[in-house]
Ligand binder design. Sequence first.
Ligand code: J9T
Length: 259
Amino acid sequence: MRIDLLSIFPDYFAPLEVSLLGKAGEHGLVDLRIHDLREWTHDRHRSVDDTPYGGGAGMVMMPSVWGEAIDEVFEETGTGGQSDRRVLAIPTPSGVPLTQSMAQDLTNATQLVIACGRYEGIDQRVAEHYREAGFEVLEYSIGDYVLNGGEVAAMVLTEAVARLLDGFMGNPDSLVEESHSGAGLLEYPVFTKPREFRSLEIPGVLLGGNHAAIERWRRDRAIEKTARVRPDLALSLDASSLTREDRAMLARCGVAYPR
Ligand code: J9T
């Protein structure tokens, strides 16, 4: 999979070279390209922004520069084939919330171009144009807060997708069990040696060999945690993945789940 990151601060992406992604790059799973948006400017000042129509604070990034940059990075991979899936992702606090299933879905894209805006955002016609031109355009948010630019959110998407690519994880089992995949429950708490840490002990059930009891205990803790910190997730659990015991535990946590 090819991932192109476009930004006026390409140095921001340095951590990607050393993190998990360095590995994916070495194994040829991800062809990561980092671009400086200013390479597509034509004026002496290498301008990328201008004042907003309609007035208001801040500056807006100009569509002309973005258009030339995005055209060029898309052209580099275009095979014109039917199976080509090329996605333009634009991080913005006004986008759809990024989820694990969106990251999973993006793993079969041929190319993912992430356009990182600064200032007050990118002229809306950039998203509109590429949508009309038949590209998938994904305006996404990584949470309800504002950042100085899309770069950090671009790294979040890059890592969330890359680690799901076949052959990326050393042990793919850890992908199956983790939070936000599968049943929709948060993860149960985990413990390792030593048996006692600052007078805190390991829950007794984990020290015995009763695998059914351990599984039930973990499931209960996952349900408890989800109900406490993410009642929204607890209410939208997939009914078919819940046992009678799960429902009883949910009820004890104050989540009335329809049967
Ligand atoms: C400038 O971009 C942002 O501030 C941003 C992008 C994606 N998600 C957010 N929550 C913020």
